[in-house]
Design a protein around this ligand. Structure first.
Ligand SMILES: *[C@@H]1O[C@H](CO)[C@@H](O)[C@H](O)[C@H]1NC(C)=O
Ligand SMILES: *[C@@H]1O[C@H](CO)[C@@H](O)[C@H](O)[C@H]1NC(C)=O
Length: 566
């Protein structure tokens, strides 16, 4: 006892005597800062100092470049390793932090009176989640936390305008949450309704007109003129004659958020998994949830479908009874899924954010998690949003209020990310992936100076595939909302059938789709050559022959894709 006290005293004296050690944790450098409160939110007041929440620390993933290389190898149809997906343990070995990063983060936590062993670790150890008070977090991150209110929805979150880390930690920590990601997550439906006992009705006039004359497309029932049902889509996307045969191995996952509950109606067979207390209130069903699950099931039945009802959405209630709600549903869902030994081969998500409201450090880390799902052999689909190239006044939030196209997150994601289909434009965050360079350069050459300055591309910023948004694709517009939200589940249903086909023949699932669909898979799509996606006071981009940011490669033809991937 005397010994340890003496040792402790000596250490304290050493720390005081050695300015390098004591200065180490005070030498702050900004990690991320907003210049203005993200659009839609307003300052409500200071966060209570004694309020506690779960701080998530994302450690740098030591061999992430190797994970990306592996992802590309197993996803490239021309590579010898195509289809040789990684196991959960393979992935964990690549995303584990360096031991130095773990040591430093642990001593930083100790300095702030936190027991590093009390924190929860992700399977690979790349996320540490630890309960802190607002006062502690403010000291650790050199910042002030406030309560912010979302004007439209009356949601409250506890966030900060900026945060810093001791400079020594910058190369070891990728992101800390919750900090500057406000989570303006929205469902991709704006108007849609459910008739009792009947499927979703789609009312887009252009879509209906095209269905009346589907020309080369498969025979579409005439009732599809006024009411789109999964049967219409099965005909349209040429899946009608296929019967799933690998239903004991193949499955499809639907990510659900924002207290959206899916009805277990007669005839439905999906299971619901509650993530982070997501709930399953059958008396309070959500339109988005039902739209999503009815379209995935409608196309992929009898493939098992899983609805993930994910908690952790606003409102934040400043009350110690409910301290676990830190409003980080993406992270909650991804950490949950990555922790499973066996995961669905196909996922769909019809929720997103305006890209500019998502800090780059946060976006990158979330994208790295999607990449892990891709490496494990899952295909991921996202809805593109319903704002064309952008909704509202399209002003940037960098203090300059420049008008710029506003893509959604996470539809325009990292090249490393498992597949994403988007609603029309180019990411301001992420560089153009190599598999897309030919298609995008061809488009940009034709585009010339149109929309110059409204999006970044000269500087290697990116374009994004789209492809499945049938209402854009067919109607040439991004207006009719049921379609935007339904497009991702519909396309996911088609992919689940393709996965069924491969698995039933003893092959591996498709995994990360983009390298396939930009190469040998191109012929499996019906190219859409007209239409545009107006927004931001402009005509947006115009569709044309070949790839374009409005319609991507077009709409899928299951029969043709089946022949290409067999
Ligand atoms: C961080 O935000 C606070 C409050 O909005 C502000 O006073 C401070 O200047 C900001 N610091 C940085 C580095 O942006
Ligand atoms: C649909 O799939 C079949 C094979 O199942 C294929 O022969 C046909 O070309 C595809 N497309 C149309 C429009 O029928």
């Amino acid at each position: 006892m005397l010994w340890s006290s003496a040792l402790l005293l000596a250490l304290v004296q050493l720390a005081i005597a050695n300015p390098l050690i004591s200065r180490r944790w005070d030498d702050f450098e900004v990690k991320h800062a907003w210049l203005e409160v993200p659009r839609g939110w307003e300052l409500h007041g200071p966060a209570p100092a004694d309020y506690t929440f779960d701080m998530r620390i994302g450690l740098k993933q030591d061999k992430f470049d190797d994970l990306v290389s592996a992802l590309y190898e197993v996803s490239d149809p021309s590579h010898a390793k195509y289809g040789q997906h990684l196991t959960k343990e393979d992935v964990a070995a690549l995303v584990a932090p360096h031991p130095d990063s773990v040591d430093l983060v642990e001593s930083w936590l100790s300095t702030h009176g936190l027991d590093p062993l009390a924190g929860k670790r992700s399977h690979a150890g790349d996320w540490v989640t630890i309960r802190v008070s607002v006062a502690q977090a403010e000291k650790m991150l050199g910042t002030k936390y406030n309560v912010y209110r979302h004007g439209n929805s009356d949601d409250y979150v506890i966030r900060t305008m900026n945060y810093s880390l001791p400079s020594v930690l910058h190369e070891h920590i990728a992101v800390v949450a919750p900090t500057t990601y406000f989570g303006t997550m929205k469902s991709m439906k704006a108007t849609s309704f459910i008739q009792k006992g009947r499927p979703i009705i789609e009312t887009d006039a252009d879509f209906a007109r095209l269905l009346k004359n589907p020309s080369s497309l498969a025979t579409v029932p005439t009732s599809c003129n006024t009411a789109i049902t999964p049967a219409c889509l099965r005909a349209l996307y040429n899946t009608t004659s296929y019967t799933p045969a690998a239903t004991s191995k193949n499955s499809l996952g639907v990510a659900g958020y924002l207290d959206e509950f899916a009805n277990h109606a007669v005839g439905s067979s999906f299971t619901t998994v509650e993530v982070n207390g997501g709930g399953d209130d059958q008396s309070d069903p959500g339109v988005e949830a039902n739209l999503d699950i009815q379209y995935t099931e409608g196309i992929s039945f009898p493939t098992p479908n899983i609805y993930y009802s994910t908690g952790g959405s606003p409102p934040f209630i400043p009350d110690d009874e409910t301290p676990t709600n830190t409003n980080e549903p993406y992270l909650d869902w991804l950490n949950f899924i990555l922790d499973q030994d066996s995961i669905p081969q196909t996922f769909t998500t019809s929720y997103g954010d305006d890209e500019q409201t998502v800090p780059l450090d946060y976006a990158t880390q979330v994208c790295n998690m999607f990449a892990q799902l891709g490496a494990r052999g899952s295909s991921i689909m996202f809805s593109s949003g319903d704002d064309g190239v952008g909704g509202g006044n399209c002003e940037t939030n960098d203090g300059t209020n420049t008008v710029r196209f506003q893509p959604n997150f996470p539809v325009r994601v990292n090249p490393e990310v498992a597949v994403s289909f988007s609603g029309g434009g180019f990411s301001n965050h992420f560089a153009r992936p190599s598999y897309q360079s030919t298609a995008v350069s061809t488009f940009l050459n034709k585009l010339g100076r149109t929309n110059a300055g409204l999006f970044k591309y000269g500087s290697g910023m990116v374009a994004k595939p789209q492809g499945e948004n049938f209402q854009v694709v067919i109607g040439g517009r991004v207006e009719s909302v049921a379609g935007t939200s339904a497009s991702s589940p519909t396309f996911a249903g088609v992919i689940a059938l393709l996965n069924d086909f491969r698995i039933s023949r003893g092959k591996t699932p498709l995994g990360f789709l983009n390298p396939l669909i930009y190469s040998s898979g191109v012929g499996g799509f019906n190219d859409i050559t007209s239409g545009s996606n107006p927004g931001c006071g402009t005509n947006g981009f115009t569709a044309g022959a070949g790839w374009d940011p409005v319609t991507g490669l077009g709409t899928p033809d299951f029969g043709k894709l089946q022949a290409l991937i067999g």
